[in-house]
Ligand binder design. Structure first.
Ligand SMILES: NC(=O)c1ccc[n+]([C@@H]2O[C@H](COP(=O)([O-])OP(=O)(O)OC[C@H]3O[C@@H](n4cnc5c(N)ncnc54)[C@H](OP(=O)(O)O)[C@@H]3O)[C@@H](O)[C@H]2O)c1
Length: 272
């Protein structure tokens, strides 16, 4: 893996997180290159990250062992078509795409029928090494390709594998989910502020509480309902708060948010 040349197309929020994760994991700077849209951006990002950054996607792709599409979904299809027409991606190159809603078959069709493609859906906590990335193999991806994809994303957090049919739902849950939690965190802090807590402390407390509750689920392996039962003393304050949540239909509100975000994820590649 460390001997492989990795090229990231697009150095926005996610592309940059991937590069920073690879560097944190000890991947040599010389083994990573990237592209961005403008020359000014390329010069600045090259200085900041200490890697080669250019604007010529075809030249960068031709030199890649692992080519990562970190462009917006419609741009991913546009650039893939350009690279395919230029014959810039060899069948030995592993293509990873993090674009929401872009199917591996669309990339295979654009890049050439034998090119191995693995779709990956990371999320923004990848920036601090606490992310989740779900991988799914395209038609020509073999176990060795998935192993390489894992090595790219493991420095950014937890890595799971699923069939591609689930990727829009993964996007609605795991990639959109941090924003849902930020809304919840803000609302919880507001509740504390309404009762007189300083806002900064209320927010810190809420964030650490969500972090701790999530760690309890992940580390104990217990069902959240069992953990909830542990905190709800009969006639206590927590069950009173839970009833207020149920009055507000919190379960269906959150479930529907994931459902609707998943449907929207499937539409993103069209650019509408
Ligand atoms: N953000 C998330 O939470 C998240 C989570 C999972 C997956 N994703 C997926 O990740 C992909 C990137 O999302 P993002 O949030 O990182 O978007 P972003 O911040 O807008 O990054 C896209 C980058 O691509 C650059 N770019 C545009 N045209 C280019 C070209 N022709 N060649 C090279 N670079 C070009 C843009 O440069 P300019 O800014 O100069 O135009 C920008 O830096 C999307 O497909 C999205 O579906 C995002």
């Amino acid at each position: 893996m460390r001997a492989q040349r990795i090229v990231v197309l697009g150095l926005g929020m996610m592309g940059r997180s991937i590069v920073e994760g690879l560097l944190r994991a000890g991947h040599p700077k010389k083994g990573i290159a990237a592209t961005t849209r403008t020359r000014e951006g390329a010069a600045r990002l090259g200085r900041e990250l200490g890697i080669a950054v250019g604007t010529d996607n075809a030249a960068a792709a031709a030199a890649a062992d692992v080519l990562i599409f970190a462009l917006k979904p419609p741009k991913t299809l546009e650039v893939a078509a350009e690279l395919g027409a230029a014959g810039a991606v060899a069948p030995a190159t592993l293509v990873l795409s993090i674009a929401a809603g872009v199917r591996s078959a669309q990339l295979e069709g654009a890049l050439g029928p034998r090119v191995p493609v693995v779709r990956a859906m990371p999320n923004t906590p990848c920036r601090i090494g606490c992310g989740t990335t779900v991988l799914s193999a395209g038609a020509h991806a073999r176990p060795a390709h998935l192993k390489t994809a894992r090595a790219v994303f493991e420095p950014l957090g937890r890595v799971l594998e699923l069939e591609e049919k689930h990727m829009d739902t993964v996007t609605g849950l795991s990639a959109s989910g941090p924003a849902f939690i930020y809304v919840i965190l803000e609302a919880l802090a507001d509740g504390g502020v309404a009762r007189g807590l300083p806002r900064k402390t209320a927010l810190e407390m809420a964030a650490q509480m969500v972090y701790g509750a999530a760690a309890m689920v992940l580390r104990s392996g217990e069902h959240p309902a069992a953990l909830k039962d542990d905190v709800t003393t009969p006639a206590g304050c927590t069950i009173a708060g839970i009833l207020a949540l149920e009055d507000g239909k919190i379960r269906s509100v959150l479930s529907r948010a994931v459902e609707i975000a998943s449907v929207r994820a499937g539409e993103l590649a069209s650019g509408k």
